[in-house]
Design a protein around this ligand. Sequence first.
Ligand SMILES: C[S@@+](CC[C@H](N)C(=O)[O-])C[C@H]1O[C@@H](n2cnc3c(N)ncnc32)[C@H](O)[C@@H]1O
Length: 471
Amino acid sequence: MPDVSPIDSLLEHLKISRGFDFTGYKRTTLERRIAKRMAQVGMEDHLVYRDHLELDPDEFAHLFNTILINVTSFFRDPQVWEHVRDEVIPALLGVLGPDEPIRVWSAGCSSGQEPYTVAMLLAEALGLEQFQARVKIYATDVDDEALTEARAAVYTDEQVQGVPPELLERYFVHQDRSHVVRKDVRRVVIFGRNDLVQDAPISRIDLLTCRNTLMYFNAETQARILKRLHFGLASHGVLLLGKSEMLITHSDLFVAGDLKRRLFRPVPNGGERISEAPPASGPAVQLGEGAAIRDLAFDSAPVAQVVLDDRDHVIAINRQARTLFGLAPADLGRPLRDLELSYRPADLRSNLELAATERRSVGLGLVTHVMPSGERRTLDVSVTPVSREDETGGAAIAFADVTLHQQLRAELESSKTELENAYEELQSTVEELETTNEELQSTNEELETTNEELQSTNEELETINGELQQR
Ligand SMILES: C[S@@+](CC[C@H](N)C(=O)[O-])C[C@H]1O[C@@H](n2cnc3c(N)ncnc32)[C@H](O)[C@@H]1O
């Protein structure tokens, strides 16, 4: 059996026994959160902890709660919500007919502050009556406890701090020191369990908020989730992510509507890149005295080129092409089909036909070419038909060597990904710290209570002692 790390075997166990798959979550966060739970129950060995998970039916819920970080707030990142209020919602209402339904999905909604934030903004924009008639906000999470809190919609003074005072007044009922979201607003929000990794997305969504949730997943799982979110969005829909979530920029499913505010729009038929070659603009054929200079320029051009006549015989090969493909002057005059170049590194024959019939330049895209020396190069190949006024013509085949460009691009891309990963990691660690801080705070409060109890017991004992001494 191959070596499986203790943490992997624990995750596998959870997958089989509980049907919950944590393998798509960021490794570092997972390790820290599991270690934290193990420390809470006083265990150091993953195998011992695994036994504990099997024996104690409540332990999974504790572990689950420790792993999932529920940090959230009303109007989290206020500038984003100002933008939603001032730009996104008016634009959406402009696209939709006056009676058309408005469908919102808050994915990873935690204890409900985010969907209720959207609800308040839509109620403000539409008026309560229209809001109730047209809006449906689906709010989903995998954490049932968080969903229960969200449905109850009861928040403390501290939790409603981010709500602008006039909205707090209008959309909450105040009871003692707690604030409950009004029933007519609550009714519009439908809470449900949905696992972003495994469950089907909700469809025809106009506004999808999935904030500070993607960042807990590794890049591969984020890509899978983004596919589902893309599927769920209407073509005019908008996706709103958290401020540190940037891996989406590597996806071809979305384009940034407003990158600063992490607002994205779905690309129609996303994922199927369509590349259109630019129309040809046939090069002017110059004759006369400059011919020798022109030939020299052609020969020393940095882009490898091979020119064919109207019967597809080779009539010119420049120096770059000779070096790249090991061609020799003796190849001049030969039919292209007799040369290996006609099919390697790219199929030229069918593309020559296409370029000739459609009278346009055809881009073959990037191909890998192994040089006679064994070195690998990346070439951007294009076939351009050239014709004279009498309609006879040939074709110019260009092989631009973009190896360096590609390498730099790949390096840049990987540095960018690393940077984005680091940023996400930082953000999720901050949220973890916030959770730990809250936990410390409550432990502190517990200690203070215990302390008070000890103090009063002590005082009681002192009193009894005094009484005994008086006897
Ligand atoms: C940090 S909270 C973000 C809450 C809110 N969106 C915000 O930005 O304030 C992340 C939420 O994602 C949820 N979550 C984690 N894994 C999930 C999954 N596989 N499917 C759906 N929600 C998930 C967690 O339970 C948690 O409530």
